[in-house]
Design a protein around this ligand. Structure first.
Ligand code: ZN
Length: 261
């Protein structure tokens, strides 16, 4: 798609999301930049994958949780950093295709796999919150409070598969049928990597004022939190970016492998 048309369509969608208060101003600009690159390199198919991620991720993040979570809610927060953590590698694959480094097919596989991982993680968190039972820690198996990074539920895992499948569908319907299972599997793998990092090295904080656990250097009450464990610099956004970046690489590798066989 011509970059000018891509920029126009992405701007219209970002404006709607901003008007509906789904995205804050800087996040809407970030989403516009991601949308422009993905549409320009991936055409309608890439754009549909991005829209499938964005529309359904926004929808499931409004599902009411079954259990109260002591942690800061993260589903509703849509700032620029979160947009790039989820869509940055899809944008990078698109940029590499526009520069002629990646073929259009490789870019489509890479960006679809990356967005499938972003969808799987969002769905796992939001759909998993519907679970009437507290999640289990991915590694220790112990019950942890709802919303804890690294906590997994069966319903959340099923949701992750549905999210990854939906994002892979546009490419599968337009001549890349093998991307349906491959994108879903890579998306699930990205979600598992996200949970594993969340369970181990992701920074954990605690608000001294509310005595509540938090994932962020500043609690929702406005108080600076104390570092309690994990790598201080590795926030939830960082973990998301590692998962979507790994999925982008795996999508590219799968395309290389399958297109040569
Ligand atoms: Zn607090």
């Amino acid at each position: 798609m011509s970059p000018v048309v891509a920029a126009g369509i992405a701007a219209a969608i970002a404006l709607v999301a901003w008007g509906a208060r789904t995205l804050e101003g800087p996040a809407a600009v970030a989403a516009w930049s991601v949308g422009t690159l993905v549409l320009a390199a991936g055409g309608w198919t890439g754009g549909a994958a991005l829209l499938c991620f964005f529309v359904f991720a926004s929808a499931v993040s409004h599902l009411p949780p079954a259990l109260p979570t002591p942690l800061d809610p993260r589903g509703h927060r849509r700032d620029a950093r979160q947009v790039y953590a989820n869509g940055g590698f899809a944008a990078l694959a698109s940029l590499l295709a526009l520069l002629g480094v990646l073929s259009p097919g490789a870019a489509l596989w890479s960006l679809t796999a990356s967005l499938a991982a972003a969808a799987a993680d969002t769905w796992a968190t939001s759909v998993g919150a519907l679970s009437p039972r507290a999640p289990r820690h991915l590694l220790s198996g112990a019950r942890v409070p709802a919303g804890t990074s690294g906590g997994v539920t069966w319903i959340g895992t099923a949701g992750a598969a549905a999210g990854a499948l939906l994002v892979s569908l546009p490419a599968a319907l337009t001549g890349h049928s093998r991307l349906l299972p491959v994108g879903t599997i890579i998306g699930m793998g990205g979600m598992l990597l996200d949970s594993a990092l969340g369970a181990t090295v992701q920074a954990r904080f605690r608000c001294p004022r509310c005595a509540a656990p938090s994932e962020w250097p500043r609690h929702r009450c406005g108080t600076r939190t104390r570092h309690e464990g994990g790598w201080r610099w590795l926030t939830n956004d960082g973990v998301n970016a590692i998962a979507t970046g790994t999925a982008a690489l795996l999508g590219w590798a799968a395309w290389r492998w399958l297109s040569s066989s």
